[in-house]
Design a binder for this molecule. Structure first.
Ligand code: ATP
Length: 340
C-alpha cells in the first residue's frame, strides 16, 4: 500500500484572540505523495505557518482529520513527530554549542544510539558542506550555514518527510541558491518528501513540482507552476501604440483576445496595452493583422511568460507585494554566506 506522506481533510484552526475568532485555516484538504516537493505560497497571514504547525502536531486542529507519514496527528502525535523533520522560521541551534555536537545531541533527543547519531551527523554535515565548520561554535556561522545546520538537525533521525517554514527568508540570493542546491541534493540522496512555505515566487517557480496558493485560510489553487500559469493566466502580451488615443481605440478588438479567469481584460497605461493571451507566440501575428485591418496596428509587440505573481493577481486581484509579502529581491537580514 502506498502510504501518503500527507493526507488531510477539512483541517481547520480557529484562534480566539481578544474576544474575536481568527479563522487561520479553513478546511484544508491536502494529499501529498512520497517524494513530492510542494511549495505553499501566500501572503502574510494566509495561514501557511498554522497549516504547517497543525501537520507537525505543534497545534491541535479545531476540526478536520489528517495523517502524516501514515499516523493520525490527533491520536498519534508522537509517531508523527518521529517521522518528520520540522524546521521553523527561527534558528533552533544553541549559539554556544559546537556545530557537530548540536547535531549529535539532536539525534540523541530523537532516541538514536550515540554511535548512530554521530554517524548521521558526520554524513549530513558532509552532504550539507558543513564538514569544514563542524568544530566551530554555532554563533560563528553565516546565515546560510545556520540554515543548513537547522536542516541537518531536522534530518538527523532520517525522517521521510521534511517541513520547512520559509527556509530562505533573510538570506541573500547567493545563499538562497546554495541552500536550494542542498535541499535538492538531500532529496535525491534520501528521497525525502519536502513540504515548504515560501514568500519567494521565483524559488517556488524554479524548484517546486507543485504549488499550493493559500489566501485567507483556504487553498485557492493547486497545480504545477507551469500548469498554474498556463491554465489560469496565459501568456502576457504588451502592445505599444503610436498614441494613447490609438491604444484606447484598439481596446474593444483586444477584449476578444484576452483570456484568463474572467477577471482580466486588456489594461492600458498611456500608449501601452497589456493583455493575457493563450498561446501568444502563435496568435500574435493574427492579432496584429486584425488590428492593422482596423487601421490600429501597434508600433511594437512583445510577449512574456506569466509569473506566479501574475497567477496570484489573477486569483485574488492583488499582487503578493500589495499583500505585504516579501518580494523576490532577497532582503538581507543575515550575514552573507562565506564563499565556499
Ligand atoms: N496563536 C495565535 N493566536 C491568534 N491568532 C493567530 C495565532 N497564530 C496565528 N494567528 C493568526 O492566524 C492567521 C494566519 O497566520 P499564519 O502565521 O498561519 O499565516 P502565514 O501565512 O504563515 O503568514 P506569514 O507568511 O506572515 O508567516 C493570521 O491572521 C494570524 O494573525
Amino acid at each position: 500500500m502506498n502510504v501518503k506522506a500527507i493526507d488531510a481533510a477539512g483541517l481547520t484552526k480557529t484562534f480566539a484572540s481578544r474576544g474575536t475568532q481568527v479563522r487561520a485555516v479553513r478546511g484544508l484538504d491536502l494529499q501529498v505523495h512520497p517524494g513530492e516537493l510542494v511549495a505553499f505560497l501566500g501572503p502574510n497571514g494566509a495561514g501557511k505557518s498554522t497549516s504547517l504547525r497543525l501537520l507537525t502536531t505543534l497545534l491541535k486542529p479545531s476540526e478536520g482529520v489528517a495523517t502524516v507519514s501514515g499516523y493520525d496527528i490527533r491520536t498519534d502525535p508522537a509517531a508523527v513527530r518521529g517521522r518528520i523533520g520540522y524546521i521553523g522560521q527561527l534558528n533552533s541551534a544553541g549559539h554556544n554549542q559546537r556545530v557537530r555536537d548540536e547535531v549529535v545531541m539532536q539525534g540523541r533527543f530523537y532516541g538514536l544510539p550515540r554511535a548512530r547519531a554521530a554517524q548521521r551527523a558526520e554524513a549530513l554535515l558532509e552532504t550539507l558542506e558543513l564538514g569544514r565548520v563542524s568544530k566551530r561554535m554555532v554563533s560563528s556561522l553565516s546565515g546560510g550555514q545556520r540554515r543548513r545546520l537547522d536542516i541537518a538537525m531536522g534530518l538527523v533521525h532520517a525522517p521521510p518527510l521534511l517541513f520547512l517554514d520559509e527556509p530562505s527568508t533573510g538570506l541573500d540570493p547567493q545563499s538562497r541558491a546554495n541552500l536550494w542546491r542542498h535541499i535538492l541534493k538531500l532529496r535525491d540522496e534520501f528521497e525525502t518528501t519536502v513540504f515548504m512555505t515560501t514568500h519567494y515566487l521565483d524559488e517556488a517557480d524554479e524548484f517546486a513540482e507543485r504549488v499550493l496558493v493559500m489566501d485567507h485560510g483556504r487553498v485557492i489553487a493547486d497545480d504545477t507552476p507551469a500548469g498554474l500559469k498556463s491554465t489560469l493566466i496565459g501568456d502576457r502580451v504588451t502592445l505599444e501604440f503610436g498614441s494613447a488615443q490609438e491604444a484606447t481605440n484598439a481596446l474593444p478588438r483586444l477584449r476578444g483576445y484576452a483570456s484568463g479567469n474572467g477577471r482580466e481584460g486588456p489594461t492600458r497605461r498611456d500608449t501601452r496595452v497589456e493583455l493575457p493571451v493563450p498561446d501568444a507566440a502563435r496568435r500574435l501575428p493574427e492579432l496584429i493583422l486584425e488590428l492593422a485591418r482596423d487601421g490600429a496596428a501597434p508600433w511594437s509587440a512583445e510577449t512574456r511568460r506569466p509569473t506566479l505573481d501574475d497567477v496570484f493577481f489573477g486569483l485574488t486581484g492583488r499582487t503578493l507585494r500589495e499583500s505585504g509579502t516579501v518580494g523576490d529581491t532577497g532582503e538581507t537580514a543575515e550575514p552573507r554566506e562565506e564563499a565556499e
